[in-house]
Design a protein around this ligand. Structure first.
Ligand code: AKG
Ligand code: FE2
Length: 217
């Protein structure tokens, strides 16, 4: 799971920013075996499944998404200020074809494995260590009151995904690297929060793909 990336920031649409990978960057992306995922049970009925290197040929997918997806820089109202969302976004609802066939195959494989249809895909582009997502649960829709799944496939620079119980307690740190899969399940969205913290360390760009079932956001 050691991957080497160039630490330079990317200008999306001009250069993908992924350089110096040790891997064959022309390899076609392929999926591994979901039954090899390792489950970590968390308190309060939450769990995460971890599957490092679920995707091989991750360089190819990274390049394809970095340069080919219509990335959007959003701004959001925060109290009385309008602030930049610290990452680029691209959302694929159930009707919109996913930007690479391996993502369509991943969505089908996840649906078969977990026994629930994953429908949407949210893509996030973290350009460098200043990009982040603050503590939150994916509680828009039924994640607020029911058990749900959120499956995250990660390509590019490794970043830690942090999880902490809502009622207080220590946070757990799950490094997610190039081609890794992390699935949050059970009560995770309503009893825990997750975040991708900012870092002052020089880190290269990362793209995450979050697959969610209907009415989970
Ligand atoms: O990028 C990630 O791995 C997490 C993103 C996330 O939590 C979200 O978009 O809801
Ligand atoms: Fe989230």
């Amino acid at each position: 799971m050691e991957h080497v990336f160039d630490a330079s920031c990317t200008v999306p649409g001009m250069s993908s920013g992924l350089q110096g990978s040790l891997w064959d960057s022309s390899a076609e992306p392929e999926l591994g075996d979901l039954t090899r995922a390792r489950r970590v049970d968390l308190a309060h009925g939450a769990w995460v499944d971890l599957l490092p290197d679920y995707l091989s040929g991750a360089d190819t997918l990274y390049e394809h998404l970095a340069t080919g997806v219509p990335w959007v820089a959003e701004r959001r109202q925060m109290y009385d200020a309008v602030v930049d969302v610290p990452r680029l976004l691209s959302f694929y609802n159930a009707d919109k074809p996913l930007p690479h066939p391996v993502l369509t195959r991943a969505r089908t494989a996840l649906s078969d494995h977990y026994g629930e249809a994953f429908t949407t895909a949210g893509l996030c582009f973290y350009r460098d260590g200043r990009d982040s997502v603050a503590w939150h649960g994916d509680t828009i829709g039924r994640g607020a009151h029911s058990d749900t799944f959120v499956a995250i496939l990660s390509v590019g620079a490794p970043r830690p995904l942090l999880l902490r119980p809502r009622e207080g307690g220590e946070s757990l740190r799950f490094p997610v690297g190039h081609g890794d899969l992390l699935v949050m399940g059970g009560s995770c969205q309503r009893t825990w929060e997750h975040a991708i913290p900012k870092t002052a360390r020089p880190v290269g760009p990362r793209i995450s793909i979050q697959f969610r079932p209907h009415d989970v956001r």
